[in-house]
Design a protein around this ligand. Structure first.
Ligand code: CA
Ligand code: CA
Length: 404
């Protein structure tokens, strides 16, 4: 802690012209003690921040007292001149320290500041650090392979995509974009790999949907998720469903569903489950069915999604066009291929997903789910190394909004 220098006080007194008055005031008023306690942001594994830099700046003289918080997150200014002070706190968190505090190994810059405090006698103040965006939205679970009916038929209206807030801040799902790539999944060796494979700077999507909302309509709290379903019904009990389906995706579980408006009303519009907004539907029949062999999935944000360029697949004679999404807009992506030997059919750039994941077969009722890396204060932090080979595991039974 610095001590007010006599030189500074002298200069100040000269400047304000009434040297004697100033001197009298300064020396006649007793100094006071002031304790500042610094707390970490909510949801951190520790409550109080040690090693935080605290600055108390006198708003009249501009003189600053500085100090560093101790093991209890406190700094005591014991010889403060009474007056009005503005407090500011900063704390840089190194990646290895952040891993313990938040579950994410990344550099953080936390700050706090106060309104002007009138300090006339001994007192204290607690300030909470803020900032440091930690983590992001990630795919938690994807169920895409479909299920068998009791008679052995195939059923694929029960696909879902679960998106999880892996950060320590509330994130709004409003305007979030979700899409699937085209391209073969590697189930047939005679198929050609996706013609866009050599472009590492973009992702090419067959269909793109958007979450509605005004910007603050759909908050996702830290450690919570949203589910986007093909149809937001209880597939096990609904007359249009499949009694052998592994999932109930009704209201309360599904947050959104894809709804394809058709004159024959072939797609059902489940009440209580909000509909996604279509942005570009390059290959949609009765509904948004993604490949049961595996389509690679991406979530992203873009200020003008309907203005994104549409591209023909290089080396293909198909007239289908795909939405070109810059890699920098991608929030998360998961490469889903047909089997463990299908690496050459990758459709996402390595920077989005360095690996891929797969189920044991189509209509097996299995899902792929991101592993839990650690638990901080009861909140699961999911493993996100941008490599789904390492990050995901296959479940025999999907667990929408659940972990069992
Ligand atoms: Ca639907
Ligand atoms: Ca609906």
């Amino acid at each position: 802690m610095k001590i007010v220098s006599i030189k500074k006080i002298t200069v100040l007194c000269v400047l304000i012209f009434t040297m004697q008055a100033c001197k009298n005031e300064y020396y006649s008023v007793g100094k006071v003690g002031y304790t500042v306690r610094v707390a970490y942001p909510e949801l951190y594994s520790q409550q109080y921040a040690t090693g935080a830099s605290v600055v108390m700046k006198n708003t009249v003289t501009n003189y600053s007292y500085t100090g560093t918080t101790n093991g209890e997150g406190e700094v005591v200014f014991s010889d403060l001149v009474p007056g009005s002070y503005q407090l500011s706190v900063s704390r840089e968190v190194k990646p290895e320290e952040a891993l313990t505090l938040t579950g994410f190994e990344e550099q953080l810059f936390l700050n706090a500041s106060s309104a002007v405090q009138k300090v006339t006698s001994d007192g204290s103040l607690e300030l909470r650090l803020q900032g440091g965006k930690v983590g992001s939205l990630v795919f938690k679970e994807i169920y895409y392979v479909g299920s068998r009916t009791p008679a052995g038929g195939t059923y694929f209206s029960d696909q879902f995509y679960e998106i999880y807030n892996n950060s320590t801040d509330t994130i709004y799902a409003d305007s979030l974009l979700i899409g699937n790539t085209g391209g073969a999944a590697g189930n047939s060796s005679s198929a050609k790999p996706y013609g866009f494979q050599t472009d590492a700077g973009n992702v090419y999507l067959q269909n793109v949907w958007m979450v509605p909302g005004n910007g603050k309509t759909y908050p996702i709290a830290p450690g919570k998720s949203i589910i986007i379903s093909q149809d937001g019904i209880n597939h096990q009990t609904d007359p249009l469903g499949n009694p052998s389906s592994p999932v109930n995706l009704g209201p309360g579980i599904s947050d959104f569903e894809s709804y394809v408006e058709r004159s024959d009303n072939r797609d059902l519009d489940a009440a209580g489950v909000d509909n996604l907004l279509p942005v570009y539907l390059g290959s949609v029949g009765f509904d948004w069915l993604t490949a049961v062999f595996g389509a690679s999935m991406v979530i992203f944000k873009h200020p003008d999604p309907s203005g994104l360029p549409l591209k023909l697949e290089p080396g293909s004679t198909s007239v289908s066009r795909y939405v070109q999404v810059p890699r920098s807009s991608v929030i998360d992506g998961v490469e889903l291929l047909a089997n463990g030997n299908a690496f050459s059919f990758k459709r996402l750039p390595v920077a989005v997903d360095a690996g891929f994941t797969f189920c044991s077969g189509t209509y097996t009722g299995q899902s792929v789910r991101r592993k839990v890396k650690t638990i901080v204060g009861g909140r699961r932090v999911l493993l996100d190394t941008n490599n789904s080979t390492a990050d995901f595991e296959v479940l025999t039974t999907p667990t929408p909004k659940n972990w069992q």
